[in-house]
Design a protein around this ligand. Sequence first.
Ligand code: AMP
Length: 281
Amino acid sequence: MEKMMMIATSLNELRDARRLQEGTIGFVPTMGYLHEGHISLARRAREECDHVVASIFVNPTQFGANEDLSNYPRDLKHDLTLLEAAGVDLVWTPTPELMYPPGFATWVEVEGLTGPLEGAARPGHFRGVTTIVTKLFNAVQPHKAYFGQKDAQQAAVIRRMTRDLDFPIEIVVCPTLREADGLAMSSRNSYLSPEQRTAATILFRALTTAKSAYERGERNAGSLRKVMQEVVASEPLAQLQYVSVADYDSLEELETLTGKTLLSMAVFMGKTRLIDNFVLE
Ligand code: AMP
């Protein structure tokens, strides 16, 4: 008979459930409203580890004051069904009160890498991410933790934090899953109107156009930024926030491409903010 998936809410429930698990633990942190991208992380963890733990927590401290915290989509029942089908053993669904009790005053901050791109567009975002991921890591104590390339800078920041703070955890970064038309899967895609949803392929098209230019030999970063800007500008429903052609490791903007490069962008479709990226090897 299949083992039942366990669900923990309090820290004590989580710890009790974790104590019953022997062998390697793979951990998949999420904010819920799960799609195939999240589930691909759980499947990878299932393949590589003896036990798979997932968390669902919409972390308030990584949202800016004018962002979508109160509207963030939720469907716990559906999430649990998907996680169980993916072979997850234990799901932790803590509450904001549990994670941030009155008087909470301790933050984890990664310098440098968090400055540009998402860090510049969303001040305080990464401080919230690194603090909650530290708390989740400390509670779950996984051997491996799974993150998506979709959030490229987040993956880089978590990797750096894990190294700097000596967490004995291997960070595994998994490929971005996309819809058939190229749109990167995201919980936030549910905000899009049908017209915006169609137009939202503009991120993928801009990245693809820049990649083609690169493959034809273009090595000037400014030219590649211009290519992406022009493609996004051709879509009236899209408003570009930033495009970047940066060194993959340092995330510093490049003049000329020499090594591994991150093409990334953030685009507003109405009020909905979408991000996407490609890696050029
Ligand atoms: P979120 O629930 O948005 O915090 O995402 C939880 C994890 O799933 C993060 O590590 C994301 O990078 C990852 N993720 C989100 N979307 C995708 C996707 N389309 N493909 C792969 N991983 C994803």
